[in-house]
Ligand binder design. Structure first.
Ligand code: ROI
Length: 166
């Protein structure tokens, strides 16, 4: 359709789950992302198993990061991510509590957004090995606004254990 194509933006999405077969949840979320017309899944990281950051009386998490391109604006993309969380059965959960699925918009092109419910780049990227390690796998040369090159961001030695499971 010549002349009707919208500009697309490369984004990174963080995926996490620690309930109801977490690996299945993360893989299902990636499959759902593939079905959305405005989104193209460009690559995805391996799965990681990570001890919970925050309260430790909850199961380990499975984490991954996906690289997509999308014609959606950042707010609409966030709405789509929230819709997928609900589709997979996520109910309102405690702020640091266990969850069936968590989809975070980590990076939206080169944009910096600071709104109440939308902070991009995601403020947790540099502090969270469960984001940083999978992001390194698929985008070591990515330059994150305000943080610099992914490969140059140091991992947090003091953080809970994390291992690749796939
Ligand atoms: N801890 C780990 N390891 N992985 C997560 O995805 C995750 N998500 C969260 C909190 C509760 C902060 N801890 C986490 O929301």
């Amino acid at each position: 359709m010549i002349g009707t194509e919208r500009r697309s933006t490369v984004c990174y999405i963080g995926l996490g789950s620690n309930l109801n077969e977490p690996s299945v949840q993360v893989e299902s979320a990636l499959e759902i992302l593939r079905t959305i017309p405005e989104i193209r899944l460009l690559s995805r990281s391996p799965l990681y198993l990570s001890a919970p950051l925050g309260p430790t009386d909850q199961p380990d998490y499975v984490n991954a990061v996906a690289k997509i391109s999308t014609t959606l604006g950042a707010r609409d993309l966030l709405l789509v991510l929230k819709r997928i969380e609900r589709l997979r059965g996520r109910k309102d959960c405690a702020r640091w509590g266990p969850r069936v699925l968590d989809l975070d918009l980590l990076v939206y092109g080169a944009q910096e957004i600071d709104e109440l419910h939308l902070k991009v780049p995601h403020p947790g990227i540099a502090e969270r090995n469960f984001v940083l390690l999978p992001l390194r796998d698929i985008a070591p040369d990515l330059d994150i606004p305000g943080l610099g090159r992914v490969a140059d961001i140091s991992v947090n030695e003091s953080e809970p254990r994390i291992s690749r499971i796939q």
